[in-house]
Design a protein around this ligand. Structure first.
Ligand SMILES: CC(C)(COP(=O)(O)OP(=O)(O)OC[C@H]1O[C@@H](n2cnc3c(N)ncnc32)[C@H](O)[C@@H]1OP(=O)(O)O)[C@@H](O)C(=O)NCCC(=O)NCCS
Length: 153
């Protein structure tokens, strides 16, 4: 069954905290998600199986560019296009906000994420030294253009 995608809300954060702890060596604190939810330029999207969050992604729009700040999928649900669908949802939001470019940072060692973003049309445009802590590591900066809809929106 295709997962449902909706806007992230505060009551999702307990489940998202669990997934963050499970997935990332340097999980975001809850307050980082709360800041996304409070900011009118930012937000998050969640993918649901039933009423369980199985994937999520956060973003920040700024001066015609969308910054994809986080993306993760429950390991049990990987390789089922959950991330691809979340990204498509955020690209639609970015288009509606008039963004022309989307970019993100990713750990240089995270080859699976590089594969995912490359499959979605991103290219590496820069390397940011020591961007990550716990453990300290460089980031690759990846970006892609956001093509307008056929009707120009
Ligand atoms: C990266 C991540 C979000 C991908 O989520 P996903 O739902 O499994 O990805 P999708 O099923 O949408 O994959 C789409 C395409 O990406 C590529 N891809 C995804 N996972 C891959 C893997 N393990 N190996 C190679 N290519 C992969 C493939 O081209 C895939 O298409 P295909 O399955 O038809 O071959 C997930 O692996 C994850 O949560 N990783 C840990 C957190 C993380 O690294 N986040 C990104 C950094 S912020």
């Amino acid at each position: 069954m295709k997962p449902v995608i909706r806007e992230m809300v505060a009551t999702d954060l307990d489940r998202i905290d669990e997934l963050e702890e499970q997935i990332f060596p340097d999980p975001w604190p809850t307050v980082a998600f709360e800041e996304h939810l409070k900011d009118p330029e930012a937000g998050g999207a969640v993918s649901l199986s039933g009423d369980i969050v199985i994937g999520y992604s956060c973003y920040w729009g700024d001066r015609g560019q969308m910054h994809l700040t986080n993306m993760a999928v429950d390991p049990v649900y990987r390789r089922k296009s959950v991330a691809n669908e979340l990204l498509g949802h955020i690209l639609d939001l970015a288009r509606k906000q008039g963004c022309e470019l989307i970019f993100l940072e990713v750990r240089v060692s995270n080859e699976i994420a590089h594969q995912f973003y490359k499959s979605a049309g991103f290219q590496t445009i820069n390397r940011s030294a020591g961007y990550y802590n716990d453990p300290t590591e460089d980031a690759l900066v990846m970006s892609r253009w956001i093509e307008p809809d056929r009707d120009g929106k």
